[in-house]
Design a protein around this ligand. Sequence first.
Ligand code: SF4
Length: 415
Amino acid sequence: MNVADSQRLGSALEQLGLHSVPNPDTADVIVLNSCVVRQSAEDKVVGNLTSMKPLKSKNPERILALMGCKVGDKTSELARQFPYVDVFMKPQQYAPLLDIIGDRNQVDWEGCIGSLAPYEPDITCHVPIIHGCDLMCSFCIIPYRRGRQVSRPIEEIIHEVELLVQRGTKEVTVLGQTVDAYGLDLPNQPDLSDLLIQLNGIDGLSRIRFLTSHPSYMSDKIIAAVSELTKVCEHINLPVQAGDDEVLERMRRPYTQNDYRELVYKIRENIPGVSVSTDMIVGFPGETEAQYQSSLDLITELQFDKIHSAAYSPRPGTISFRTMDDDIPQEEKNRRLKNMDILQEEILTGINHSLVGEKVEVLVEGRKRGKLHGRTRTDKLVFIEESSVSIGSLQDVLIEKTSPWSLQGTTSSAS
Ligand code: SF4
């Protein structure tokens, strides 16, 4: 979501006549887009902000902006801590910076800026379709920083994706904190499947993804849309967060582990070849060894294609921070995380190895360390041996080697 927000602000700045430079030393405007989902991310933001101070001293005319989840409703404390920062903006709140730039250049920015679709988009592009979140999971800071759920109108999203496709994008990932709740706050309540149907009809667009789903909103209609629409990729990220009902209740996740398990089985029954990934937190306040083991058992049973695992990190202001003791020592959280990651590695080794000898469709996205790379429809990273295929093309790739984290293959014997 932050990458998408940065690209959209970048598009607005370009429309005002600015262009990007590779080095902050030569920039007239520097925007730091911040994430505070965990303490380590917040520490990084503070480190980066501190390292910007000399840049401002060197050139006091340079505009420094802090955007994103580090910025809450009240900015006086941030202004006291970082007096050399010119402007603080909440997520997607671009206007304060545009006002400053407009004033300096004596232009009315509102008259200059149209769609925020990036001018030179990547082959794969992220498009936010729903901002904020109406759920209040006890560990999560996002609703406090990104606000309540607001869906963008379907027509606006379709127009933006059409522009992206005209500019070279082949794959879009539509984004939301609870993307499958899309439309519930709009008149006539269109849902994610209605949007997917319209996106599927856009000429020149090869693939559609959506991220991140919430188990409470994953309806049969959405599952049917993924199954039936040819451009919608067979991959669903469905965070479970814990495998124990008591922990789920304290996390304020409104489902049981059995509800979740049945939902995954239903998805797999209805979408052939689908990959399912998840998010898990270890060391939530009060999590016993047995409750942690239930998370490992669920992972073993459901054989996820990827797990975004994290140790619980108390975020000031959240419900768990205010009402629960962060009583699992850090070393114990680290041990639980490490063991979960070892289990994940074993599972992924097996899943990926089973693809050796298979042909998979890959959208070629670019070059990394001298090799072309792309993703399968099921969101697996693939490196392609030869270099003659063009970036942006869809290729059938014969998989020859695998690791837990990527696949490797060739197109020559596959085509
Ligand atoms: S659904 Fe996701 S974004 Fe919303 S509160 Fe829960 S964890 Fe945070």
